[in-house]
Design a protein around this ligand. Structure first.
Ligand code: ADE
Length: 416
């Protein structure tokens, strides 16, 4: 007899290799909070045998949570263990589970220093550089923005990348805005799905020829006063992980992020995990312009049909959901593709909320009748056509994440 998705996730095992002693974890400021959980910045000693503390984000239940929320967190941990590592997801670094019988479970994940992508885009809105030609609708990818680089030509970039990295430690960001040298041969962006060695982050970031870190607040600049019980390195004075100085956002950034999210989702597909709540609020921006998919709170390990029918009537991210998910509660990787389209719409509108003024009770019927989000202001026909494909009524007619990644890679190619 087939078991439910929850039962399947419970059958997944915990791996003790992830266990981190509580005394090695120094909790810091709050990075985010939801209805039932919160995320704190922390420093962890001895992670991966490293002497120096590693900044991490710690996910935990809020005080006074009930058993169901703890169970959801356990499920999330097990799914993350099952998932394995990929550059474009927020990877698991460890867990503190020894006090779980007291309701305490801490999940340690990669800390993404620029925080939530939706807020990052909204903050950068005023300085946005639209690279879409109003007449031809062509995107001028140019040489001033990051984009994925063919691994074959990445070796030649290795040096220049390292040189750029050293800006991180200088007291001032480089002048003249972002400028990236390209190798003499024309690079073809390509997908790079699963990188499993421990250096994957650095290796992969070579392919994304950009260094946001170069524009972050230099370590010597004034930062927030640290609280007495918090030995965590202060990063910024406001509640968001705001970089002090940031280069203006461009259309190429949006495309590069969209491409990275498609790669992360392709990886989830390969691991037979569906996300269930893909949205710009669940994307985080790390250094080197790397985008990571987070919050597997709703994610489910799928049964062999790749379909998941939700039984209960919990809070659902309706405006991001495919019509079959709203109407019949059918979730699949193809309903994630729909949500991905809405996520891109958020990005190309520079952080608008979808379907303003549409009552949630009318949404399902309206979508079934063919209503779709309008073309975003900073989107050309080619990108909007991709969004419309993600929103095809028939789930099997929507593109797959690997096709989406290829389409975006083509758009990012300087000589298409
Ligand atoms: N907010 C929530 N999760 C986070 C993470 N992993 N890094 C930075 N900010 C976060």
């Amino acid at each position: 007899k087939e078991c439910t998705i929850e039962e399947q996730a419970e059958l997944l095992s915990y791996d003790n290799a992830f266990e981190v002693e509580k005394e090695n974890i120094t909790l810091g400021k709050q990075l985010g909070a939801g209805a039932f959980g919160r995320v704190l910045l922390a420093q962890v000693k001895g992670l991966n045998g490293k002497e120096s503390p590693t900044p991490v984000a710690v996910k935990m239940c809020k005080f006074g949570h009930d058993k169901a929320h703890l169970r959801a967190l356990i499920m999330e941990l097990k799914i993350m263990i099952h998932l394995g590592k990929h550059l474009n997801i927020v990877n698991l670094l460890g867990a503190h589970t020894s006090n779980i019988d007291k309701g305490e479970l801490w999940i340690l994940v990669e800390y993404c220093k620029f925080g939530n992508l939706l807020k990052f885009i909204q903050r950068g809105k005023a300085q946005f550089i639209n690279q879409i030609d109003p007449v031809s609708s062509e995107i001028d990818i140019g040489r001033t923005s990051p984009f994925p680089i063919d691994p074959l030509s990445a070796t030649s970039l290795g040096c220049s990348y390292r040189k750029k990295s050293s800006f991180c430690n200088s007291s001032a960001p480089p002048s003249g805005g972002r400028h990236y040298e390209l190798p003499p041969t024309s690079p073809t962006p390509r997908k790079e799905s699963s990188i499993s060695d421990s250096d994957y982050d650095f290796t992969y970031s070579l392919f994304i020829n950009s260094d946001m870190a170069a524009y972050s607040k230099p370590p010597s600049s004034p930062a927030s006063p640290s609280t007495s019980d918090c030995q965590v390195e202060p990063i910024s004075s406001d509640s968001e992980n705001t970089p002090g100085v940031s280069a203006p956002l461009t259309t190429t950034d949006l495309l590069c992020w969209a491409w990275q999210v498609a790669n992360g989702m392709e990886y989830l597909t390969s691991r037979k995990v569906l996300h269930g709540d893909l949205a710009a609020r669940n994307l985080l921006l790390a250094s080197n312009n790397v985008v990571k998919i987070c919050d597997f709170g709703l994610s489910r390990e799928m049964n062999k049909n790749y379909l998941y029918i939700k039984k209960s009537n919990e809070m659902m991210p309706m405006k991001w959901m495919a019509p079959e998910a709203i109407e019949q509660r059918i979730f699949s990787i193809q309903s994630d593709v729909w949500s991905y389209g809405v996520t891109l719409w958020e990005m190309f509108t520079l952080g608008n909320t979808p379907f303003p003024g549409v009552p949630l009770t009318k949404l399902g019927t309206a979508l079934v009748r063919g209503m779709r989000l309008e073309k975003p202001k900073y989107c050309n026909d080619q990108i909007y056509s991709l969004l419309l494909q993600c929103w095809r009524s028939n789930p099997v007619e929507r593109p797959r994440f690997n096709q989406i990644a290829d389409t975006l890679a083509d758009m990012l190619s300087p000589n298409k």
